[in-house]
Design a protein around this ligand. Sequence first.
Ligand code: G1P
Length: 292
Amino acid sequence: MSRVTKAVIPAAGLGTRFLPATKAQPKEMLPLVDKPAIQYVVEEAVRAGIDDILIISGRGKRSLEDHFDRNVELEHFLAERGKDEALAEVRSIAELAEIHFVRQGEPLGLGHAVSIARKHVGDNPFVVMLGDDIMDERSTVLTDMIRVHDERDAAVIAVSEVSSDEISNYGSIDPEIISDQLVRLRGIVEKPSANDAPSNLAAMGRYVFTPEIFDALDRVSPGVGGEIQLTDGIALLLADHDVFGWVFSHGRFDIGNKQDYLRATVELAIEREDLGPEFRAFLIDLVDKRLR
Ligand code: G1P
């Protein structure tokens, strides 16, 4: 069994939940404090031992490529002015991992976006990371999932408990409990109503797959929203393969909509050593003076 060294990051969506900011700018480039959202995802992959990343991009997403490329002019400018720290930071982004890009010509859905990675991934296991879910730097979820994959030679998806009100925003799994943090999937349904949801355990945007997922995706017909859903591919995979769920509860920031994005920005900022103390004091003062 080969080691998991490849990640696929679908980033072709139109970002309609973030208009107007995303009219001429990819949502993956929206900053969380001082880094674009996608950089957090790439750094998380690198922390889990991944060194080859395929970003599925689309129209209007060229700034993603620029962000992970060298910018010699900027580097020269920073070097000349002795801005060594900024220079090191800018350079390091291009050295994070080997990053490849391929375009999804038409927005046919997440399952379709993942299926585009087939050639690049070849016969290897790989992870899929969704950019709407950002993990705390200390989170070990991806590393834990890769370990489970290595032990069981099967697909693993990250799941968390959400409320009944929220489950219709997610893929909901039907779990068979194996241990505290491990379940085996008996089924998975994309965005069910609260009544139809098999459980409140929701897929959280991190997946470890074996290449069998591609054959399953080829057989998926359009589902929720008329799109080829990754969840439906997983449901088909379940017919003849084990799929496990890795249950976690902390360290995830949802940035999929404006409200959650605002929360994530504040939480990430107060965690920062350089910015946190002053920003915390500002927040306390703000609450005292304006929000009580
Ligand atoms: C996607 C998946 C869904 C998953 C969610 C996690 O939905 O289709 O199964 O639970 O990501 O964030 P989206 O948020 O793109 O609508």
